[in-house]
Design a protein around this ligand. Structure first.
Ligand SMILES: Cc1cc2nc3c(=O)[nH]c(=O)nc-3n(C[C@H](O)[C@H](O)[C@H](O)COP(=O)(O)OP(=O)(O)OC[C@H]3O[C@@H](n4cnc5c(N)ncnc54)[C@H](O)[C@@H]3O)c2cc1C
Length: 386
């Protein structure tokens, strides 16, 4: 039965995340955004508080949290800054292919490295799938894999990789032959310090500027055979399963952005006067607030359902896609209205709503665009038996 009651442990973890987000992140979020600054100090504190690597199993030193608890924590972080939220989630995204398909030795080495950290500092990883000419079209990737000696050699370029510039290892994908499409794709874990790995410049982004996004270039990078994840040719399935697992987190980020928009707009509309009364008394403004509240409830419920299904072992691509598609589009709509409610002030950097709008846009793009979610939904709908 789908039960919305949270346990005491979940409530406590959410409170820890909320307190952390409001005291450590929210006060500096504008500055991080303005400077496009990677929030190293915040991430160190988050790591030390246990707010990183949420779903890494206890066997590898993690908290082994459920997807639902993880999502509810991410919502709190995104309320304060979705760029920080993306950075935290990216570590779990990088770890997920190993959780899904890694062997014991790989999990022990790489997942434990995340939870152990280094001298009290967090260790980062990244999920390196997208390429300059293959984002939505994952099966169109061109990073070339060749067998060599006791392993493989990778040549190619990955683009838009969150945490790419700070990661000590990546879960990544290449193909034995681009003509094989999805059947040729193979997953690996690659040490960032391997000879031939080069990190490109940090992207100067529209939003979520506290997150770090870079290219990763592989030039004759040797990957030992023990770093093959799963089987040769099974990488496409690993990539798709990872997205099914991670899409509820994006919906959680959307819920955080929507809730922040609603909170900011509620407070502002009760204070700001036009035509002699607070703008909250104008029905047109009330309706925008009401739509925001509906969007929050709906996004949160879909996120919780998708996360709960993951936890029940009933992972369903269509439900993850509902949550991601709905949440991302709702966040974009709500943040656009948030700027509207703030009027001219909303269009300036003096108030937080323009940042919310820029941050929300990314939710419709990464981890499968809003169009790709609809393709996933339609494909699943049409293949279902009556
Ligand atoms: C800030 C940021 C962080 C990211 N982080 C990561 C990361 O950590 N790891 C990683 O691997 N990737 C990451 N990505 C990449 C992201 O997943 C891709 O950008 C995304 O999948 C879209 O791919 P694309 O940019 O190549 O766009 P394209 O695939 O070129 O799409 C362009 C447009 O065409 C539409 N389109 C494409 N194909 C179809 C179709 N068949 N039907 C209908 N419409 C279609 C798309 O919806 C989109 O509107 C990140 C991207 C950004 C911007």
């Amino acid at each position: 039965m789908f039960d919305l009651t949270l346990t005491e442990e979940q409530e406590a973890l959410i409170k820890t995340a909320r307190d952390f987000a409001r005291s450590e992140i929210a006060p500096v979020a504008g500055h991080l955004d303005e400077e496009g600054k990677f929030p190293q100090e915040i991430l160190t504190k988050a790591f030390q508080t246990g707010l990183l690597n949420f779903e890494v199993p206890e066997a590898y030193g993690g908290l082994g949290l459920s997807c639902l608890t993880h999502s509810l924590i991410l919502e709190e972080i995104a309320w304060a800054c979705c760029g920080v939220n993306t950075t935290l989630a990216a570590n779990m995204l990088g770890a997920m292919p190993l959780i899904i398909a890694g062997n014991e030795a790989q999990k022990k080495k790489y997942l434990s490295s995340l939870t152990a950290g280094k001298n009290g500092e967090p260790v980062f990883c990244a999920y390196a799938c997208s390429e300059p000419d293959a984002g939505s079209d994952v099966a169109g990737m061109r990073t070339k894999v060749e067998k060599k000696g006791d392993g493989y050699v990778l040549n190619g370029q990955k683009r838009w990789i969150t945490n790419g510039g700070v990661a000590t290892w990546f879960t990544t994908f290449g193909t034995f032959d681009p003509k094989l499409k999805h059947k040729g794709i193979t997953a690996f874990v690659v040490d960032a310090a391997s000879p031939g790995v080069k990190i490109g410049k940090k992207e100067n982004k529209m939003g979520q500027r506290a997150s770090m996004t870079s290219d990763i270039v592989y030039e004759d990078v040797f990957v030992p055979k023990e770093n093959l994840i799963g089987e040769e040719g099974a990488g496409f399935k690993v990539a798709m399963k990872t997205f099914d697992r991670s899409r509820p987190w994006i919906a959680a980020g959307a819920a955080g952005i929507i809730k922040r928009s609603l909170d900011e707009c509620r407070a502002y509309s009760l204070e700001r006067k036009a035509f002699g009364v607070p703008i909250a008394q104008h029905q047109a403004v009330q309706f925008m607030l009401a739509e925001m509240a509906i969007a929050y409830e709906t996004t949160r419920l879909l996120c919780m359902k998708a996360s709960w299904m993951v936890d029940q072992g009933k992972l369903d691509s269509i439900v993850s896609a509902y949550a991601k598609a709905y949440g991302a589009d709702a966040a974009m709509r709500v943040t656009t209205d948030a700027v509207q409610i703030f009027g001219g002030y909303g269009y300036t950097k003096e108030y937080p709503v323009e940042k919310l709008m820029r941050d929300a846009k990314l939710l419709q793009i990464y981890e499968g665009t809003s169009q790709i979610q609809r393709m996933v939904i339609a494909k699943n709908l049409l293949s279902q038996e009556k």
